[in-house]
Write a protein of this length. Structure first.
Length: 434
RNA sequence: GUGGUUGUAGCUCAAUCGGUUAGAGCGCCGGAUUGUGGUUCCGGAGGUUGCGGGUUCGAUCCCCGUCAGCCACCCCA
């Protein structure tokens, strides 16, 4: 074989595909429970759709090319710009709040490593048109229920929750200027991956243009705040502190009323990139090993205005299939795949073949997953195939059975066999199904 | 994109110091078994040792390049 798949692109053999389907089905079930409707958009988009939001630097990480019509195009790296365009185009006709989700393949031209490929499937859930904290609580609850649906508990995964409004108030209170906020966010984002002196140097700025030493130290203090009460305490005396805290508190109260607060940790180090988040920011993490974040999201009240020209607040998150898939595999939470065949029909002689075909097709019409041997074989051999397929039931048809207008139904797990009239065969197989 | 590390059968792994025809288990195919499966027994297929070059009488083993996987960085989903 001289051809292999491109680096970072996966092939899904049946067992892999079963695992993927299991994941997608769980995603769809939970999203449906929250009243979310599924949508999709084009996998290939104009390059400008992404450079407008993220600047030309993004091109280095995109799968982009010039098409035969001389258009600059890119395989979608994320769903949000497409979503923004779709919502904007119908914004006046859509009843708010809009609850939409999609399961779509995304592409990124980056060197792959574990949990990070050049393509992946991503669940996007967005709630658009609701500015209040109940909207935030709604999507966070959805995220938690996704984990629950997949068999994960609050000991397995944690939601780490922060709020840009709270963080900004604390940082301003610590003496950080408006212009220095992005730098502070960047440092806080790297807090767990960098040494303290390097972080301080980063905050001070290479040319001394950053913040003073005491301010930098206070920034790092703010970044280490955990739990709501600690955040509340730090906010006392900070101008606008109480107002900034209100949405976060209300979001947590709503989650508590749902009984889901045990999954959530307030953690101000969650910043998520630097761009468009305006309020709540959260990530779902593996509580055990330091895997990458399983999912992440937040409130982005200005983005739809900037991208789609329609001014609607929004909150949402995305979850990729790779990291969660690795985690489920690691925990043994992938269910055993459903056997491809339920009923295997075996003929004894060549003369039985038409009867095998007839019964097989009746079974298939009745919805039974059915197989039979495609070449004439000894009965023992056919049963071997039935066994390898993990079929629950085999049906044997031979000249003797046909003379009595019967078939033999053999339960392959219980090793029991009985004669059933040919007329009742399909009904008997359906009855034995559960 | 940068650095490190690993590549042997479909899968998991052997192969002494550089030495003859690269082995095993699982899986796959066939037979024991022409109206009854799983267990068992017997047999078989399957390899350019990732690829290309170099050193050597001789390379899975040493060297160089390259491709791919993994890890870290970068960046983030």
């Amino acid at each position: 074989m001289s051809h292999q798949s491109l680096p970072g692109f996966r092939e899904f053999f049946p067992a892999d595909f079963a695992a993927r389907s299991h994941l997608f089905e769980a995603w769809r079930r939970v999203a449906a429970r929250y009243g979310f409707e599924e949508y999709d958009g084009p996998p290939l988009e104009p390059l400008e759709l992404y450079t407008e939001k993220s600047g030309p630097e993004i091109v280095g990480q995109l799968y982009n090319f010039t098409d035969k019509g001389d258009r600059q195009v890119a395989l979608r790296p994320e769903m949000t710009p497409t979503l923004a365009r779709m919502v904007a185009s119908r914004a006046n006709g859509l009843r708010k709040p809009i609850r939409w989700f999609s399961i779509a393949q995304m592409f990124r031209y980056e060197r792959q490593q574990r949990g990070r490929l050049r393509e992946h499937y991503q669940l996007n859930c967005d709630l658009i048109g609701e500015p209040g904290p109940l909207g935030d609580a709604e999507v966070i609850a959805l995220l938690i229920d996704l984990a629950r649906e997949l068999g994960l508990g609050s000991d397995d995964v944690r939601v780490r929750l922060s709020d840009r409004r709270v963080l900004a108030a604390l940082l301003r209170g610590a003496g950080v200027t408006e212009a220095q906020l992005p730098l502070a966010y960047a440092a806080i984002d790297k807090r767990e991956r960098m040494e303290r002196p390097a972080l301080e140097a980063m905050l001070r700025g290479v040319d001394g243009s950053g913040m003073s030493e005491p301010v930098a130290a206070r920034v790092l203090e703010v970044a280490s705040l955990h739990r709501l009460d600690a955040v509340e305490k730090a906010l006392t005396g900070v101008p606008g502190g109480e107002a900034a805290l209100l949405p976060l508190r209300q979001t947590l109260q709503a989650l508590a009323a749902m009984g889901l607060d045990g999954w959530v940790d307030v953690d101000l180090t969650i910043v998520r990139g630097l761009a468009y988040y305006t309020g709540t920011v959260f990530e779902l993490f593996d509580a055990g090993k330091s895997l990458r974040a399983i999912a992440g999201g937040g409130r982005y009240d200005d983005l739809l205005g900037r991208l789609g020209g329609v001014d609607l607040p929004a909150v949402g998150f995305a979850m990729g299939d790779v990291v969660i898939g690795d985690l489920l595999k690691e925990r043994g939470l992938h269910p055993a795949p459903t056997p491809a065949v339920e009923v295997f029909i075996a003929g004894v002689t060549d003369d039985d073949l038409p009867h095998v075909l007839a019964l097989a097709h009746e079974c298939r019409d009745a919805g039974l997953r059915t197989e039979y041997a495609l070449t004439a074989q000894a009965v023992g051999k056919q049963l071997k195939l039935a066994d390898a397929r993990q079929a629950r039931v085999a049906v044997l048809i031979g000249p003797d059975d046909r003379a009595r207008n019967e078939v033999q139904i053999k339960d392959l797990t219980a090793k029991a066999q009985r004669s059933v009239s040919r007329t009742d065969a399909v009904a008997a197989l359906l009855a034995a199904r559960s």
